[in-house]
Design a protein around this ligand. Structure first.
Ligand SMILES: [Zn+2]
Length: 287
């Protein structure tokens, strides 16, 4: 059943609620999985009474298998897998997960699907050669575009908030207004080193500021770092984005920049800092 089932499903659950004389929406709960401290990538299982939606699919095969176990242990029926953005730490494990749940669609916004299709094959080959073919999924998952601006889980709506240039060229977060929750993808990190390799830190800051008009947010499920976080982490991300690029700009070498950032911020995700600082120095740093 695809996420397109959402309208039918919500009509169905509305009619069930009406016939039962009770309009109470389902209470979503969120189960979290994070890979180890190197990248601290988050995958989230949003569960209702019977059904679930998984958000993001890890980098390594081993982590993807642990996400499969989390879904199975929940006892819920997985209805859809949603990819927030086309960075390989969030999608290389998706084929392992999708293979464990045949018929469950893997979906993303059309912009993210296009980026995934353009960059995925090279990212897969590079990950196999850098991290060992045994640790990386054999192939990429098939990711299709959502046709709606929301996902619906047992009548509970999650708005798909589209983002452009920032941590990645395109992305989406999921916002549940009634429960005041945001599954942020890499729009928000929780005390994990931010991936600054896309050279778009000002646009990222603007995306974070735009959250102020979204509605109340109390729980944040970040792309990297511990979950859930509170809304205070949004300002911490904005502050990090104002502080670290000038450090990079002034430092003579990537190693020097990394040491300065580590002294200032005692965060998880050391691998994110190491890799993204090196890329920043070759791709983003102004002469
Ligand atoms: Zn990421």
């Amino acid at each position: 059943m695809s996420v397109r089932f959402s309208l039918l499903a919500s009509l169905f659950s509305l009619s069930l609620a009406a016939s039962a004389g009770c309009g109470a929406p389902v209470n979503l709960t969120v189960k979290s999985y994070s890979s180890d401290a190197t990248f601290a990538v988050g995958s989230y299982l949003l569960t209702g009474n019977q059904d679930a939606i998984l958000v993001d699919g890890q980098f390594t095969k081993g982590d993807a298998e642990k996400v499969v176990a989390m879904v199975k242990e929940s006892g819920k029926t997985l209805r859809a897998i949603f990819l927030t953005h086309a960075h390989p730490d969030h999608y290389l494990g998706l084929d392992v997960i999708a293979s464990a749940f045949p018929g469950v669609p893997v979906q993303a916004t059309p912009e993210v699907v296009a980026e995934f299709q353009a960059k995925g094959p090279a990212a897969l080959a590079s990950a196999k050669s850098n991290f060992g073919a045994a640790n990386i999924a054999e192939k990429l998952a098939t990711v299709t575009a959502v046709s709606d601006d929301k996902l619906v889980l047992e009548g509970e709506e999650l708005r798909i908030v589209k983002l452009s240039d920032g941590e990645s060229p395109s992305a989406a977060a999921l916002y549940g207004s009634r429960q005041k929750l945001l599954v942020a993808g890499d729009l928000i990190y929780n005390r994990a080193y931010l991936w600054l390799a896309e050279c778009k830190t000002d646009a990222w800051t603007q995306n974070l500021k735009n959250l102020r008009s979204l509605g109340p947010i109390e729980q944040i499920y970040p792309g990297h770092g511990a979950a859930p976080a509170t809304a205070a982490i949004i300002d911490e991300n904005i502050q990090y984005l104002a502080t670290v690029p000038p450090i990079f700009q002034a430092a003579a070498t990537a190693a020097d920049a990394i040491a300065q950032v580590k002294q200032k911020y005692s965060y998880t995700g050391g691998g994110l800092l190491d890799y993204s600082t090196q890329i920043y120095f070759s791709a983003c740093k102004k002469p």
